[in-house]
Design a protein around this ligand. Structure first.
Ligand code: FBP
Ligand code: MG
Ligand code: MG
Length: 333
């Protein structure tokens, strides 16, 4: 059977009227940047890409060399694309404007260039997450306010997983579709049509070392999972934690599960650990498109109205039955 590439898949989506040419080409440019990041990451210790960059990002976190490199690759590739009005990145404090003499378009691109940065130096999976919004009508360069749209208004969202193979997973609001990089051919091949998340699961992902900092509803929920057959749930649960949201979400899209980064005493002042606009919202769109649910524990992530670009939120996403249970425990207090 002939292999379908990402390019062919996107042309079919355009023919079917699901995307326009600009959005198609924008996604192609992101995918091209992802290939460059994949090549850079896979060099590992053979190139000077491991370790700290010696700088801090807007979040006050030490940047890894690969955080900086992946950010530069994405910014440079997309500046030239001609389909964007502006960009926003985890690694850049302000809105990144398109240079004035470059072609422009009607979309806004947001990304976490390198997700799971603590995994880089130990050669474990990392990822890239991106989100696409429409630039609201208006004069001049888009300000931060142009980006502050709820996740339900995203026109596309996706991630790249740099694991044993590199994958590109995409939604344009018509299901979730996965592509695997054929390194010899240099193209993404359509390998995972209509990825889905089952309603029920027996697997969860949480950084359990934060247990003493959690709020009572989260402690109650996890306590019950840990008690397994001997507790109120009456069955055993398995646990996984990759420490890269992309990899944990990809596992959930492959075999189900629930992923949680709740607000805790350590991150309460910041509102949570994960960033709303380029981590939680795109992953929430992907998970909902795959039939799962994504919540802050109190409300649907896609309905959160952002107040600022680098806002953080609590995250519970994956198999809907478990997400609903966490919401129920949170309501009960
Ligand atoms: O260090 P912890 O508490 O395990 O947190 C891991 C979480 O932090 C993140 O790495 C945050 O993303 P960045 O690496 O982009 O900052 C998530 O991918 C992951 O789920
Ligand atoms: Mg991240
Ligand atoms: Mg990051």
């Amino acid at each position: 059977m002939a292999r379908v590439t990402l390019t062919q898949h996107l042309i079919e989506q355009q023919r079917a009227g699901r995307i326009n040419a600009d959005l198609r080409l924008l996604i192609e440019v992101v995918a091209r940047a992802v290939k460059a990041i994949s090549v850079t990451i896979s060099k590992g210790a053979l190139a000077d890409v491991l370790g700290n960059a010696g700088s801090d990002n807007v979040q006050g976190e030490a940047q890894k060399k690969l955080d900086v490199l992946a950010n530069e690759i994405l910014l440079q590739a997309n500046e030239w694309g001609g389909h964007l009005a502006a960009m926003a990145s985890e690694e850049v404090e302000e809105v990144h404007q398109i240079p004035f003499d470059y072609p422009r378009g009607g979309y806004l691109l947001l990304f976490d260039p390198l997700d799971g940065s603590s995994n880089i130096d130990v050669n474990i999976s990392v990822g890239t997450i991106f989100s696409v919004l429409k630039n609201p009508p208006g004069e001049g360069e888009p300000s931060e306010a142009a980006f502050l749209q709820p996740g339900r208004d995203q026109v596309a969202a996706g991630y790249a997983l740099y694991g044993p193979s590199t994958m590109f997973v995409l939604t344009i609001g018509d299901g979730v579709h996965g592509f695997t990089l054929d390194r010899e051919m240099g193209s993404f091949v359509y390998t995972h049509p209509f990825m889905t998340v089952p309603h029920e699961t027996s697997e969860y992902a949480i950084n359990a070392s934060n247990y003493r900092h959690w709020e009572p509803p989260i402690k109650r929920y996890i306590d019950e999972l840990v008690q397994g057959k001997d507790g109120p749930r009456g069955r055993d649960f398995n646990m996984r934690w990759v420490a890269a949201m992309v990899a944990d979400v990809h596992r959930i899209l492959t075999r189900g599960g629930v992923f949680m980064y709740p607000v805790d005493a350590k991150c309460r002042d910041k509102g949570g650990r994960l960033r709303l606009m380029y981590e939680a919202s795109p992953m929430a769109m992907i998970i909902e498109q795959a039939g799962g649910a994504a919540s802050t524990g109190r409300e649907r992530i896609l309905d959160v109205i952002p107040q600022k670009l680098h806002q953080r939120v609590p995250v519970v996403l994956g198999s809907a039955a478990e997400v609903e249970r966490v919401e129920e425990y949170s309501r009960q207090g």
